[in-house]
Unconditional design. Structure first.
Length: 285
């Protein structure tokens, strides 16, 4: 991922995340779920470029298929920041989309976080990371971790974050050919919602589960199939509410070999797990 900065333009990375495990501990009265998860970033993602406008307007190019610009988390984040700070500036925003959408790897949330950081810098607002994370939370439960940019043990709805230092292995991430709605998974009566809260993270996160995985596999055979396919190679699991599944490897060579074998059947990518988001590297903080 490359990035560049001038006073009137800024190019920034927008990486994906994996949920290395995901426990659902309960449901709040507002319908949101209490959860425990570990987020790790991967060195693969989208790229966003921001060009300053003085008239307070926004453009996005290209638009995402099936997503009106007004519903795009990039534009929503830009408008939230503009309103919160009463800023009169705007931006032309370019998006290079590489991340599969609706795959549980947080592409939209990451785009929102990169937009908050990018415009904070371009407009010289001087908001703190904590202020940006607060604005981010109003856009989605996964936005704060992307704003903070550190691999984290998360609780609450995903916003109570404790940085963790994890091994940085290689992952194969496969995108089964189906769409899984996060809201639908969380609304499903069959979702297990009472996993006991962990007091302490175990050393080996593969001992833990993704509580959404069985439900999603039962409803979407393509997810089950991709997971079983990966399990022939390495420990594998679903991320978030799916549909993407990932397997862990010690080396890039092993991961590439697995992806090459998958190529006829699945779309996917190889990426390294990273504890610090590439976004942080390019910000003047
Ligand atoms: C499942 C995870 O991907 C784990 O990282 C996230 O918690 C989902 O985060 P997200 O996509 O940013 O979620 P949001 O956009 O805030 O919410 C999407 C939908 O998921 C449900 N939702 C989400 C997060 C959460 N802790 N409890 C929920 O019940 C809500 O019904 C909401 O309607
Ligand atoms: N910039 C964006 N990038 C991707 N999706 C977006 C964006 N803005 C809005 N969306 C909408 O959000 C939905 C979820 O997108 P996203 O790629 O973040 O899913 P996800 O990886 O499953 O996220 P999460 O794990 O946070 O639920 C998309 O299907 C799309 O309709």
């Amino acid at each position: 991922m490359t990035a560049q900065t001038t006073n009137t333009a800024l190019t920034l990375p927008s990486p994906a995340k994996l949920n290395l495990f995901l426990h659902i501990n309960g449901r709040r009265t507002d319908g949101y779920h209490e959860l425990q998860t570990v987020f790790q970033f991967v060195d693969y993602g989208d790229t966003l470029s921001f060009h300053l406008r003085s008239d307070g307007e926004f453009t996005l190019s290209p638009s995402l298929p099936g997503v009106a610009d007004a519903d795009n988390l990039i534009i929503k984040a830009a408008k939230k920041l503009q309103q919160a700070t009463e800023c009169t500036l705007g931006a032309d925003i370019k998006l290079e989309k590489r991340l599969p959408m609706g795959g549980g790897i947080g592409g939209g949330s990451s785009n929102a976080a990169t937009t908050l950081h990018g415009l904070n810098q371009l407009w010289q607002l001087g908001l703190s990371e904590a202020q940006l994370a607060d604005i981010g939370l109003s856009l989605g439960a996964d936005v704060p971790v992307f704003v903070r940019g550190k691999a984290a043990y998360a609780e609450g709805v995903g916003e109570k974050l404790r940085p963790v230092t994890l091994p940085e292995p290689w992952y194969v991430v496969l995108r089964p050919d189906c769409h899984v709605s996060t809201a639908e998974v969380f609304c499903d009566p069959a979702l297990p919602r009472n996993t006991k809260k962990l007091e302490k993270l175990p050393e080996d996160l593969w001992q833990l589960n993704n509580d959404c995985q069985k439900l999603v596999c039962d409803k979407h055979p393509a997810v089950e199939k991709a997971l079983q396919w990966l399990l022939e190679y390495a420990p594998a699991r679903m991320t978030g509410t799916g549909s993407c599944v990932f397997a862990q490897f010690d080396s890039q060579i092993q991961a590439n070999a697995c992806l090459a074998a998958a190529a006829d059947t699945y779309q996917g990518f190889v990426a390294q797990g990273i504890n610090s988001s590439p976004l942080l590297k390019y910000l003047n903080t």
